[in-house]
Design a protein. Structure first.
Length: 257
């Protein structure tokens, strides 16, 4: 545990000693703010339009008009941004030769891997924490469903953890950051939209494609519904790609024998 903590602090310092984390967090918050106020403006405009039609007011709520589309759009934005966050995790150390030096110390490969994953997750938690003013604003000026907001945050955390694990794996198989980013982005896009082909694949294969898709498992969270199957999917997805990343790291030892 001591090794993981020391390596974690090193990773966090590398993030915040460079502009990478600041730029990613800033751009994410700007985009989130733009989406939020655009949706609030649209919701306010539609509400004022139908104020004289009480039968339509039940369909106008902050959850459907603001919370769900906001988190849905942010998940797509993170699909583009997270490869930038993960591309340097191992690839840069392999290119510079510091990975061999690091692994020559009395630390295990899994400790190196886990510390890097935790550091990237911490940057994500910082991003999500800085969006807290959004639900506060909604509670001050409206009556949103707190359960819907919490499940959307939970879904985002689980989904981005899966993103990070794949990015970490991609970074472990190459020495070039750009290549790692491209692999991560391409793989995420493919897994994200793979269920689009389910109608062409037949009933059984279509169900398999739908179950593989990252997109199909985030939808219940955006609706405020927690399904155990979706949680298990993200946990298994994250564990699988962390295992592949660990295997890629350990293959260095096999090749050296």
């Amino acid at each position: 545990m001591r090794n993981i903590w020391a390596l974690y602090k090193k990773e966090m310092k590398s993030y915040f000693m460079s502009p990478v984390a600041y730029v990613i967090i800033f751009i994410f918050l700007v985009i989130a703010g733009f989406f939020f106020f655009s949706m609030i403006f649209s919701f306010s405009k539609v509400t004022s339009t139908y104020m004289d039609y009480p039968e339509y007011m039940d369909y106008l709520n902050l959850g459907e008009w603001v919370v769900r589309p906001l988190f849905g759009n942010l998940s797509v934005i993170l699909l583009f941004m997270l490869p930038i966050l993960t591309m340097r995790l191992i690839a840069e150390e392999k290119r510079s030769g510091t990975l061999k030096l690091l692994l020559s110390y009395p630390v295990r490969d899994i400790e190196v891997l886990f510390s890097k994953f935790l550091a990237a997750e911490s940057v994500l938690f910082a991003m999500f924490f800085l969006t807290i003013p959004i639900p506060i604003f909604l509670f001050v000026y409206g009556q949103p469903e707190w359960g819907l907001i919490l499940t959307n945050y939970l879904g985002m955390i689980l989904m981005t953890g899966a993103f990070l694990s794949l990015g970490l794996f991609a970074s472990s198989v190459t020495e070039r950051q750009v290549v790692a980013a491209v692999i991560t982005f391409g793989a995420l896009i493919l897994i994200w939209v793979i269920n689009w082909a389910k109608d062409l694949a037949g009933f059984t294969m279509g169900a398999v494609l739908d179950d593989i898709s990252l997109l199909s498992h985030i939808e219940n969270f955006t609706k405020g519904v927690i399904v155990t199957h979706d949680i298990v999917y993200y946990v298994l997805f994250t564990s699988f790609f962390l295992f592949l990343a660990l295997t890629a790291l350990q293959s260095r030892t096999w090749r050296s024998k």
